[in-house]
Ligand binder design. Structure first.
Ligand SMILES: *Cc1c(COP(=O)(O)O)cnc(C)c1O
Length: 367
């Protein structure tokens, strides 16, 4: 079965092998050397001043940012499940919040953010997804961050890049925290969360807040290549192994291949009559709105060996999402669109003539 869900993504064989080596104690020079290497490579991937790795799923890093970077009031952008989560975290940890809500196919607008900031002078941190995975939507994070900093240079911009880091080069000029997780574009098992931080964010963290998620304690330790609590040693070994895998061709080659696969998949799907769901599709996943989405998804799973993701809440049964994150062999993506075309034929919606596969190949290889 091909795993084509936008997280978790398949873990390459070499990475699984690296993680199968005997467990190291985390307070040893041996592990510290591994940690140092992972930390340097992560800093270079994120392109930020500082970074921390914490043992938790991605949501833990989202919460850590809320706890450590928002003092007065949060502005949360809700255009799907993950944006909604930022709002729920604010409620759970007792922060005041203003929430901007959008339909799940609609990116946040710079004007709305500007208006919210002007009306609520006490907002000191903005929480937004780079890619909102619920509908495969790309928010204009860079433009929002730039505008917010013009209004208030002290404001913290927290960008959830869990389905964007390792997918595309993100302009972090105005971003203070860039969150990512192990099980998406970094092709690791779940359990490791990572946060890139700006110098200003480190300043604001100060002595830190919270106990487990105290980022000041983590920064202090991680600068010495160790962690406050027991490190997720196996996943950090895996992180170096995935960087080795990515470095074979280089990160730019990965960005390029991801963009090309995304574009070819979209062209193929549109050629067989589908409409992309998001108004601005992210590169990390291809999301289609279709009344028969669930039937198509089930056929792909039972007959064609492809596991795609569906939708949640009001989009349950209405969309399917095809992963584009990670080192995906192009022939696998080509098979996915071909299988979807076969499913359409089976459902009596469109006669199979190989259009999806042809358009995919032409878009990927010929332009
Ligand atoms: C997967 C994902 C998360 C993190 O979810 P966890 O289950 O906590 O790892 C956060 N934000 C986005 C946009 C995601 O896609």
């Amino acid at each position: 079965m091909l795993l084509f869900t936008p997280g978790p993504t398949p873990v390459p064989e070499s990475v699984r092998q690296a993680m199968a080596t005997p467990t190291l104690h985390h307070r040893t020079p041996e592990f510290e050397a591994i940690f140092k290497e992972a930390r340097e490579r992560l800093l270079s991937l994120l392109g930020m001043d500082e970074c921390v790795m914490i043992a938790s799923s991605g949501t833990g890093a989202m919460q850590a940012c809320m706890l450590n970077l928002c003092e007065k009031k949060a502005l949360t952008i809700n255009a799907g499940k993950f944006g909604e989560r930022f709002g729920k975290i604010a409620d759970a940890v007792g922060k005041g919040k203003i929430e901007l809500c959008y339909e799940w196919n609609t990116p946040a607008s710079v004007e709305d953010v500007e208006k919210a900031l002007q009306e609520n002078k006490d907002i000191d941190a903005i929480f937004i997804q780079v890619c909102e995975s619920a509908g495969g939507l790309r928010h204009p994070v860079e433009a929002i961050a730039k505008c917010a900093k013009e209004i208030n240079p002290q404001i913290m911009i927290v960008a959830d890049g869990i389905t964007a880091v390792g997918v595309e080069k993100i302009d972090v000029t105005h971003i203070d925290a860039l969150v990512t997780g192990s099980q998406k574009a970094l092709m690791l098992p779940p359990g490791l969360a990572m946060i890139g931080l700006s110098g200003k964010a480190v300043e604001k963290i100060g002595k830190g807040k919270d106990y487990y998620f105290n980022l000041a304690t983590e920064i202090k330790n991680q600068q010495k290549n160790t962690t406050a609590w027991t490190a997720a040693t196996t996943l950090i070994v895996g992180l170096n192994a995935i960087f080795d895998e990515i470095d074979k061709e280089g990160i730019d080659a990965l960005y390029e291949a991801t963009a090309k696969r995304s574009k070819a998949t979209q062209a193929a799907l549109e050629a067989i009559g589908f409409t992309m769901y998001p108004k601005i599709p992210a590169l990390s996943m291809s999301t289609v709105f279709d009344e028969d989405a669930e039937t198509i998804r089930k056929l792909l799973k039972t007959k064609y060996g492809v596991n795609m993701a569906g939708g949640q809440d009001h989009l349950k049964g209405k969309i399917f999402r095809i992963n584009q994150m990670g080192l995906i062999p192009v022939y696998e993506s080509a098979w996915v669109v071909n299988a979807i075309e076969l499913a359409l034929d089976e459902l009596g919606k469109r006669t199979f003539d190989g259009t999806a596969s042809r358009v995919f190949s032409e878009t990927y290889f010929k332009v």
